[in-house]
Design a protein around this ligand. Structure first.
Ligand code: FNR
Length: 316
C-alpha cells in the first residue's frame, strides 16, 4: 500500500460497507476503510465465497449475518479496521481477512463507552505497551500493511510522544483525527496539532478532520494523505474535483446497495444520515426510508425499481 497524496475514505460504522466504499472509489477515493469491526465478532465468522454476487463474505457462524463483505475490485485499496484490546485476538481476526484486504487498521480513537469499557478504541491511547504488543504481533505474523488511527492527546507534546512510539512499533502509516477524546464533532479539528505529528514522524501521516469540500484536501496539505468521514457521508463525490448533486449521489448509492445486496439496515442508516444533513427526516422521503422493510422498498423511493428487478432477474 502506497501512502502518498492519497484521498482516503474514513471508517464509518454502519456506513462503510461495500457499496459505500465502491461509491467513494468511483468518485476518486484512493483508499477506502471499512466500518470498524470488533475482533470478538470477527472471530465468530467463516469466510465464504459468494459466487452469486462475486464477493467474499465473512458470515457469523450459525447465522446469515454478513459481518464484512468485500470483492476483488477493491482488494488493493480496502482497509479492514478493527476494534481490539488484545493482540492474540486481533491476530486471529486479522488472519481471517488478511488475503482479502490491502491493510489492517486498529481503531485507537473511538470515544464511545462500548469501546472504552472493553479496553478498545480511545482506551488504547493510554496503554502504549498494549499498542506495541498489538502492532508487533500483527506485523510479525501478517504480510499486510498495518496502520492505526488515533485521536489527539491532551497536549501536542503528548500526541507526538505517542505517535513516535507507534511509529517505532512498526506501523506503515498513522491516521490522526484532529480532535481530543472529549471533543464533539462540531468542535473544529486541530490541523496545527496534526502538523506537529507530521513534522515529528518519518512514516506517512493521514490527516483527518473537517474536510468538507474537494479544496480542503489541498488546504490540509503537509500531511501525506487526507482522510474524510462526514464530508463523504453527506456527498461521496467530495473525492471528485467536480462535485455531483446530492440527489444523483444518493441514487447512485442506492444502485450500489441493490447491486451488492447491502444489508437494508445499513442502507437505511446511511440514507437517513444523508437526508438529515440536507433536508429533514420529517418530510416524505425521510419517512419513506424509515418505513422501508427491504431493499425493494428503498429502490422504489428513488425510482430504481426497474434496476432492482433487472439485477434480481440476472441473479436468478
Ligand atoms: C465515525 N468515525 C469512526 N472512526 C473510526 O475510527 N471507526 C469507525 O468505525 C467510525 N465510525 C464513524 C461513523 C460515523 C457515521 C462518523 C460520522 C464517524 C470517526 C471518523 O472516522 C472520523 O475520524 C471523524 O468523523 C472525523 O472526520 P470528519 O467527519 O471531520 O471528516
Amino acid at each position: 500500500m502506497e501512502y502518498k497524496n492519497k484521498h482516503v475514505l474514513a471508517p464509518m460504522v454502519r456506513v462503510g460497507t461495500l457499496p459505500f466504499r465502491l461509491l467513494a472509489a468511483q468518485y476518486g477515493a484512493d483508499i477506502t476503510y471499512g466500518e470498524e469491526i470488533i475482533d470478538h465478532k470477527m472471530i465468530k465468522c467463516d469466510r465464504h465465497i459468494n459466487e452469486y454476487l462475486g464477493t467474499t463474505d465473512f458470515v457469523e457462524r450459525g447465522t446469515e449475518n454478513v459481518v464484512f463483505r468485500t470483492c476483488p475490485e477493491e482488494r488493493n485499496r480496502v482497509v479492514f479496521q478493527m476494534g481490539t484490546s488484545n493482540a492474540v485476538r486481533a491476530l486471529t481476526a486479522a488472519q481471517l481477512v488478511s488475503k482479502d484486504v490491502a491493510a489492517i487498521d486498529i481503531n485507537m480513537g473511538c470515544p464511545k463507552s462500548f469501546s472504552i469499557s472493553g479496553g478498545m478504541g480511545a482506551a488504547l491511547l493510554s496503554k502504549p505497551e498494549l499498542i506495541h504488543d498489538i502492532i508487533t504481533t500483527l506485523k510479525r505474523n501478517l504480510d499486510n500493511t498495518i496502520t492505526c488511527k488515533i485521536r489527539l492527546l491532551k497536549s501536542s507534546e503528548d500526541t507526538v510522544e505517542l505517535a513516535r512510539r507507534i511509529e517505532k512499533a512498526g506501523v506503515s502509516a498513522l491516521a490522526v483525527h484532529g480532535r481530543r477524546v472529549p471533543d464533539r464533532p462540531r468542535d473544529p479539528a486541530k490541523w496545527d496539532e496534526i502538523a506537529d505529528v507530521v513534522a515529528a514522524l518519518s512514516i506517512p501521516v493521514i490527516a483527518n478532520g473537517d474536510v468538507f469540500e474537494y479544496e480542503d484536501f489541498e488546504r490540509i496539505k503537509g500531511a501525506t494523505c487526507v482522510m474524510v468521514a462526514r464530508g463523504a457521508l453527506w456527498n461521496a463525490s467530495i473525492f471528485s474535483p467536480s462535485k455531483s448533486s446530492w440527489e444523483d449521489v444518493k441514487r447512485e448509492y442506492v444502485r450500489q446497495c441493490i447491486l451488492w445486496d447491502n444489508d437494508v439496515k445499513s442502507t437505511k442508516h446511511t440514507l437517513k444520515e444523508m437526508i438529515a444533513h440536507y433536508s429533514s427526516l420529517e418530510l416524505a422521503e425521510g419517512k419513506a426510508v424509515i418505513k422501508s422493510a427491504n431493499t425493494e422498498n428503498v429502490a422504489r423511493i428513488y425510482g430504481e425499481e426497474d434496476y432492482y428487478l433487472q439485477v434480481s432477474m440476472n441473479r436468478s
